[in-house]
Design a protein around this ligand. Structure first.
Ligand SMILES: NC(=O)c1ccc[n+]([C@@H]2O[C@H](COP(=O)([O-])OP(=O)(O)OC[C@H]3O[C@@H](n4cnc5c(N)ncnc54)[C@H](O)[C@@H]3O)[C@@H](O)[C@H]2O)c1
Length: 668
């Protein structure tokens, strides 16, 4: 096995294909010494005889793009997740992960494919094209008694392990606490030692915005049930949902709103992203005229018909128009990339998309000021709409944190700082946490590695068969989702499906699929999940925002989930810093599991699938979340003799309050 990148000659420099989105210049404040290190770091991948030619080219990339991507090493043309048979490899997992990586970099799927960004403005598969080539080189050679180790996109090497060990262990952006801040991360990334993996980008498990359509559909539907009084068997017909962003993940909002029956207006400043969503049929109408957008929405509401409208413009302008014209909004959110608010994730009002890109490159201070001013106007408009009866929720993009960082303290529950949370809920706090995560329902997914649509049809049907829609309303929602998934044309990239399931639901489906592979009914399948789940992610502003026992600032659960999945033999395990909310604000992990039809895989699934989810439900139960306690009690009953989850005793609130008050009084 070669332990350096095989390179007889330098690949030709290729032109960038017109119309493919490019990442803005990334922030990088490097000293002269840092720049030298950055250059030496990038040249580590390349044989010495090419250094003289490449050094100035890499330096130019660092100067103009803020990072060294090694563009020249990108394979020519479109990358895409081909059927697994078309990849070379010595084990099925080695081939399967190549499918996943290429899918994450597909022009049709990725946000900035040339910069290896899959979604979320900064979420990368790895840092540069030299790493991409080396990872693929290793995956081709990997055997089923070895493990490939990836640190922030860099393939550290292949080490001997055993058949039931993970084939790939990867981490992204994990930083030592003292340095765990965006500025330090940006410096490390510019020097070529840190990768922002987001969630499924750096874990190679992104399946296009379908992944989030289901989550958004669940969120909107349950928000309607909880806050608008919509009965459990009805949808959002006649209601108006307003939000911003039609990018990688946010692009799901229009489609999800339509599936949930609502009329929706989604603001987006970048016309190319609107075009992508329109071509896909994920928004049905487009206009840059606010009156037209509102007229369309109101007509749809009157007729009770679903309709997703893209407004080409800034969300702040949209909100001002709605306020000034007294238009009632039922549900309001935002999905601009506020986790990277000063890196281009949020476009300030009054600044066009093109001007935003210029400002970012030429006058970062002015850009930051404009962002802060815009966020202040944005939150004031939300306050006004909320007064008029709109339900606003933060959609996990760090919007409220960004508003706070812009200097708006009134957004804090305690009026001072973010420690006690914000006056508006995060969607997990009110909706997804108690209604889904506390039961273990989360974004289970699979990819049919054969690339055959008929395999996906068969797995959809088998999954439907595994769900009892009469058990809980969540089961019915999920059953309806998978029943209609094909009709809703969810596939972008590989033949993949997302399906929210609880722990035992995931296990049942996983075992059924593996049996189908064994019987030759379908080709091999990759199982995985989004990190945005019950057990894999510690993120106080998002996934763990409904944990109220003080442990929301701990990262033990995500770390245990990762370690436990490794111990049980998942094919790939990932642990990242940052995710959807930004560096230092979360630790999150995920997995990939290749179903090859073997009994060995059945055994791994039987222990790993329940652990991956129930570890999270157990922690939620220990935090005294009622639905999680109920779920764990049932799990303990059903799994007596193999599993036993610790259940909390619940102290009486009055007793606790009085005891504390008395103690404080006696101190006076
Ligand atoms: N809640 C979840 O489940 C979840 C999942 C993944 C990502 N996220 C978070 O959601 C955010 C969006 O993710 P993404 O992948 O769509 O990112 P993205 O960068 O691809 O898309 C964001 C879009 O917002 C647009 N935009 C920015 N400012 C705007 C403004 N003022 N008005 C109108 N449009 C504006 C951008 O042009 C861009 O297209 C990220 O912060 C991400 O971390 C949330």
């Amino acid at each position: 096995m070669d332990c350096v990148l095989k390179l007889d000659r330098l690949p030709e420099k290729k032109p960038f294909i017109e119309g493919i989105r490019r990442a803005p210049r990334r922030d990088s404040v490097l000293s002269e010494h840092d720049m030298e290190i950055a250059l030496k770091n990038a040249l580590r991948y390349i044989p010495e005889q090419f250094h003289a030619e490449l050094a100035p080219e890499f330096m130019e990339e660092l100067k103009t793009r803020g990072r060294i991507y090694g563009y020249r090493f990108r394979p020519e043309g479109r990358l895409w997740g081909k059927p697994i048979d078309q990849y070379e490899g010595k084990c099925i997992e080695g081939k399967a992960f190549q499918v996943m990586i290429d899918n994450n970099l597909d022009f049709e799927v990725a946000l900035y494919p040339y910069e290896l960004v899959t979604y979320g403005e900064t979420g990368q598969v790895c840092q540069n094209w030299m790493q991409y080539l080396l990872i693929k080189q290793y995956l081709k050679e990997l055997t089923n008694t070895q493990t490939l180790v990836i640190e922030s996109g860099h393939p550290l090497g292949v080490f001997r392990s055993h058949e039931n060990a993970p084939r790939v262990i990867l981490t992204n952006g994990l930083m030592v606490g003292l340095f765990d801040k965006p500025e330090e991360f940006n410096r490390a990334a510019a020097m070529g030692v840190a990768n922002y993996g987001q969630m499924t980008a750096g874990g190679w498990m992104y399946i296009g915005p379908q992944g989030i359509v289901h989550g958004t559909f669940n969120t909107l539907l349950n928000a309607g049930r909880l806050k608008l009084g919509i009965p459990k068997d009805k949808d959002l017909a006649g209601r108006l949902f307003v939000s911003a962003g039609l990018g990688g993940m946010s692009g799901a909002q229009g489609k999800a709103a339509e599936i949930a029956g609502a009329a929706a207006i989604i603001a987006e400043v970048d016309s190319s992203r609107i075009e992508t969503r329109y071509k896909q049929g994920w928004v049905s109408k487009v206009s840059d005229d606010l009156a037209t957008c509102v007229k369309w929405a109101q007509e749809a509401q009157k007729e009770g018909k679903p309709l997703a409208i893209a407004y080409h413009g800034n969300v702040v302008d949209l909100l001002h128009y709605l306020i000034n014209n007294d238009i009632h909004v039922d549900l309001l959110s935002d999905q601009t990339s506020c986790h990277a608010v000063y890196e281009g994730g949020y476009c300030p009002v009054g600044v066009s998309f093109e001007e935003r890109t210029r400002l970012l490159a030429e006058d970062h201070e002015a850009f930051k000021k404009a962002v802060d001013a815009s966020l202040k106007l944005h939150i004031a408009a939300i306050d006004e709409l909320s007064k008029r009866g709109t339900y606003f929720f933060d959609y996990g993009n760090s919007f409220l944190k960004a508003v706070y960082d812009a200097g708006v303290k009134s957004i804090c529950k305690n009026g001072e700082n973010e420690k006690d949370g914000f006056v508006y809920p995060s969607y997990v706090e009110d909706i997804l946490g108690p209604q889904l995560f506390d039961y273990g329902y989360g974004p289970f997914r699979w990819v049919c590695l054969s690339g055959k649509p008929e395999d996906l049809d068969k797995t959809d049907a088998a999954a439907m068969d595994c769900i009892d829609p009469t058990r809980r309303y969540q089961d019915r929602d999920n059953w309806v989702w998978v029943r209609d998934a094909k009709k809703n044309k969810m596939v972008v990239g590989t033949q993949a499906r997302i399906l929210y399931q609880d722990a035992m639901g995931r296990l049942k489906i996983a075992l059924r699929f593996n049996e189908m592979v064994r019987n030759g009914e379908i080709g091999p399948v990759m199982l995985g999940r989004d990190h945005h789940d019950t057990g894999g992610t510690d993120s106080p502003f998002r996934e763990t925002s409904n944990i109220k026992d003080g442990s929301n600032i701990m990262a033990d659960m995500a770390t245990q989930c990762f370690a436990g999945n490794a111990a049980r033999g998942m094919s790939l395990i990932a642990l990242h810093n940052g995710g959807g909310v930004g560096i230092g604000k979360s630790i999150n992990g995920g997995f990939g599991m290749v179903l090859d039809g073997s009994e060995r895989v059945d055994r791994i699934l039987s222990s790993a699938m329940p652990w991956d989810t129930m570890g999270g439900v157990a922690r939620r139960a220990w935090a005294r979340n009622e639905n999680a306690i109920e779920t764990c009690l049932a799990y303990n009953r059903d799994n007596e003799g193999t599993d036993c989850i610790t259940i909390p005793h619940i102290a009486d609130d009055t007793l606790v309050r009085e005891t504390v008050l008395n103690a404080l009084k006696s101190n006076e």
